[in-house]
Design a protein around this ligand. Structure first.
Ligand code: FAD
Length: 295
């Protein structure tokens, strides 16, 4: 199923994200994770793609996406990055997705590093156009950045890039994680003013471990509101308290976003069924109620 159609019938789409396990010894763990996440009845589950990972590791993304569909009956999205890939690499991956009936692709550039230099694709839009030419029935999703992509000069450049993505066939966006909802509301206003109608899902990352704090903030470039920062420093030496506080903060973020009529919530689960369950249990009735308003 093309996940873009979900936005025709639902006011709020609720989705989850997982990553492929790095060690082959932890492959069994992904079965347990997916089994647990399936029980939360997400609208779809997306699977990340290691831009600089090995070939085997990258193929795992497609295999896990296929498993989500065939074994767990949930619609999958395969992430796919293009920096570092040739057209042949991408064609081979698309062949696999097609054979396994995975229809939805989050098409990304990926980070450019000395180990992952640009080959045949310079931008995500090059990949989007290539996918559409390969087979128009693939559904394309794109990434967007409420606080701006680190390489962009200004917000206007990001909005221009979103327009290019729409022109290249992208009908739905998933946002970079953010901790300050006001930044997301301002971003949505800019998107709307630019005439971009494609739905934007808000990316929510619960911070529940001390070692995630610096890594996630540096990686995403997201700003940290002072209340959140105080909470993190207060509980960073108490694992259980930090877990409760991180789950509470993410849940509160989601409830406020729902109050502001956002079109979708995309929860970065970090493969934790417990965290995803605690958050989903707190918001599912509200999402259900919103989706049934005016019916
Ligand atoms: P692009 O859209 O190509 O944009 C990158 C930069 O180039 C921006 O500054 C943009 O303004 C500029 N640009 C784009 N097109 C042009 C143009 N034609 N001319 C001039 N400038 C241009 N990474 C992974 O490795 N694996 C994943 O699974 C993964 N999943 C992600 C999921 C989400 C929801 C998000 C938000 C990010 C994800 N990433 C992932 C990270 C992503 O690969 C990086 O953020 C990467 O740096 C940019 O990817 P992009 O698709 O947004 O790139």
């Amino acid at each position: 199923m093309n996940v873009e159609h979900l936005f025709d019938s639902k006011k709020v789409v609720y989705s989850l994200e997982v990553f492929p396990p790095k060690k082959s010894s932890s492959v069994d763990a992904i079965y347990n994770t997916l089994y647990g996440l399936r029980g939360l009845k997400p609208d779809f589950i997306s699977v990340t793609y290691g831009a600089a990972g090995s070939e085997t590791q990258r193929i795992k993304t497609g295999e896990i996406a296929a498993l989500i569909l065939s074994e767990y009956g949930v619609e999958p999205i395969s992430h796919l990055t293009c920096a570092g890939s040739t057209k042949e690499d991408i064609r081979a991956y698309l062949d696999m997705l097609k054979e396994k009936k995975v229809q939805n692709i989050l098409a990304l550039r990926g980070d450019i590093t000395p180990d992952n230099p640009v080959k045949d694709f310079a931008h995500a839009t090059d990949l989007m156009r290539f996918i559409k030419e390969y087979d128009d029935s693939f559904n394309i999703i794109g990434a967007c950045y409420p606080e701006g992509h680190p390489e962009s000069e200004d917000f206007a450049e990001d909005i221009e890039n979103m327009k290019r993505k729409v022109d290249a066939g992208c009908g739905h966006f998933i946002s970079q994680l953010f901790f300050d909802n006001n930044k997301f509301y301002e971003f949505c206003d800019r998107v709307k003013s630019a005439g971009i109608d494609a739905p934007v899902e808000a990316g929510i990352m619960p911070i529940t471990k001390a070692n995630q704090i610096e890594r996630m903030v540096t990686m995403s470039g997201s700003s940290v509101p002072s209340g959140f920062s105080k909470m993190l420093s207060r509980y960073c030496n108490d694992d259980n308290a930090l877990m409760d506080a991180g789950i509470f903060y993410a849940t509160q973020q989601i409830l406020e976003l729902l109050d502001h009529d956002v079109r979708g919530i995309h929860l970065y689960t970090m493969n934790s069924v417990e965290i995803a369950t605690r958050i989903t249990n707190s918001v599912e009735n509200i999402i259900h109620s919103i989706n049934n308003e005016d019916k």
